[in-house]
Design a protein around this ligand. Structure first.
Ligand SMILES: [Zn+2]
Length: 70
């Protein structure tokens, strides 16, 4: 029984966790474009966790590239 990480199947976002801002690492801002979710109302999806264990997010419409947007 391995615990399965909740990763969206289409998430193709590479994030350098070492380079996140505090807001990004706390899940308060997009880890791709840096949009502040407290002030910018955009749909966003969790893509994993930062090194602090907080969920991190990307904008689901603009920053998440579903499969093969190269
Ligand atoms: Zn974004």
């Amino acid at each position: 029984m391995a615990s399965h990480p909740a990763t969206p199947p289409d998430a193709q976002v590479r994030v350098n966790l070492a380079h996140l801002s505090p807001a990004q690492a706390d899940g308060l801002a997009c880890v791709v474009c840096g949009a502040d979710y407290l002030t910018v109302k955009v749909p966003h999806l969790p893509i994993g966790r930062s090194r602090t264990g907080s969920q991190i997010f990307v904008c689901s419409t603009t920053c998440l590239a579903p499969g093969g947007a190269a």
